[in-house]
Design a binder for this molecule. Sequence first.
Ligand code: THU
Length: 128
Amino acid sequence: MSEINWEELQGSAVAAMKKAYAPYSNFPVGVAALTEDGRIVSGCNVENASYGLGLCAECGLVSNLILTGRSILRAIYCVDAHGNALSPCGRCRQLLWEHSTPNTQFMTPEGPAPLSDLLPWAFGPDNL
Ligand code: THU
């Protein structure tokens, strides 16, 4: 399997972040992931006047993943407005887990880490 091009992923995440709709928090987020079939999927956060209904960037990414043919995520890069690696919220860790493996690499502020480090003892499809 090819090397993970983190710079390319970061670039895609930044491009997605620039399309975010975040007028309430002013905290645009973008996320991009490399799939096992070699594609890049991405997403941005989409907020709502009914604040609690806002969608995280990772929700958009998962929708894109399913809509464009499904695959397993190999590597994920989430960024803030400055393009810096952003730690995902708890709900989004669970959303990503569903379409990943424990060894899917997630870019943290300290470098890549396996998703199993971000969500230890995760609940997933195998538990059902
Ligand atoms: N946000 C994401 O899009 N993903 C995360 O993992 C963390 C938070 C968004 C939600 C909201 O639109 C904004 O960041 C501020 O919380």
